[in-house]
Design a protein around this ligand. Structure first.
Ligand SMILES: [Zn+2]
Length: 293
């Protein structure tokens, strides 16, 4: 139990002080938008909590599936559907799987920053700056990419990280859970921060489609997930909002998962009223229309 002083220091204010997201019309008169995005963690998803796991070769093989099968199958699907996505890639994955990452780039998708070792950003910890800078350096050196988008490993953030991302020139973050439309962060000093493209756990495939010895659990069938994904999108579109997918090639690149994803994305496309775009495109659209202070 924390001591009373800790509670006495707790601000009596919302943790996120950004005003409510503005209602901005989507391009081409579309009712809603979809930010099609995936996180390429590969083996770093598994070593981030303990590098010694690198010796656990079957655990590593979950991540290895991503480069061998998952990413190529997802690229094939996006190509068939003529959809462009954003792939948030850890620096480690770029170093270990350069050909896979080059293929993503060559297919015309956006590449975003996802840390280096996929370490959760912790305030005051030296790894926080190192993760951001080493990730930037690797994307530049290996792929020639200067990313504008960032997704936090484990989806966690803190003030120190918000300030650092702004200083390093990032334009948008896609990590927070508190809205259904893009908004602009307000930093603790009152200055504007990055644009946020919020996510919801609804579209995190990891929850439905991955089981392993560290967290053994049953998988969700296609009908169940499709029902959740369609309901969330239909209602969000009615609200004029944005849905953000958080796909992982080590999950959605599996055969039954890819079939499910194909069905969902085809349904989205055939509706005709959803603007599907990359994070950079949605951010540029937001910046062109956001109310000026
Ligand atoms: Zn990740």
């Amino acid at each position: 139990m924390p001591d009373n002083d800790a509670f006495a220091r707790l601000p009596l204010a919302p943790a996120n002080r950004a005003p409510a997201a503005p209602l901005i019309p989507w391009p081409h008169g579309k009712r809603g938008a979809m930010f099609l995005s995936a996180d390429v963690d590969a083996e770093s998803a598994w070593t981030s909590k303990d590098p010694a796991r690198y010796e656990e070769l079957v655990t590593m093989s979950f991540g290895g599936f991503e480069a061998r099968v998952g990413v190529p199958k997802m690229l094939e699907l996006f190509d068939q559907l003529e959809m462009k996505a954003t792939f948030f890639i850890t620096g480690w994955s770029v170093e270990a799987h350069p050909a896979t990452c080059e293929a993503i780039l060559k297919a015309g998708h956006e590449i975003g920053h996802h840390g280096f070792h996929h370490i959760m950003p912790m305030p005051g910890h030296p790894s926080l700056t190192e993760e951001v800078d080493r990730g930037l350096e690797t994307l530049k050196r290996r792929l020639g990419v200067v990313p504008v988008g960032y997704r936090a490993p484990y989806g966690e953030s803190c003030e120190e990280l918000r300030v650092l991302l702004k200083e390093r020139g990032l334009k948008y973050s896609s990590s927070w859970r508190d809205d259904v439309r893009p908004y602009r962060h307000v930093l603790a000093d009152g200055t504007p921060g990055l644009v946020e493209l919020p996510v919801t756990m609804t579209y995190d495939d990891w929850l439905y489609g991955l089981t392993n010895r560290y967290s053994p659990r049953p998988l969700f069938p296609r009908e169940h997930v499709l029902s959740i994904w369609k309901d969330e999108l239909e209602e969000t579109a009615d609200w004029g909002g944005l849905i953000t997918t958080v796909l992982h090639p080590q999950v959605s690149g599996r055969p039954m998962r890819l079939k499910l994803l194909r069905e969902f994305l085809t349904w989205v496309r055939d509706r005709g009223d959803i603007w599907t775009a990359t994070g950079a495109e949605i951010t540029a659209h937001f910046e062109a229309h956001e109310p000026k202070a």
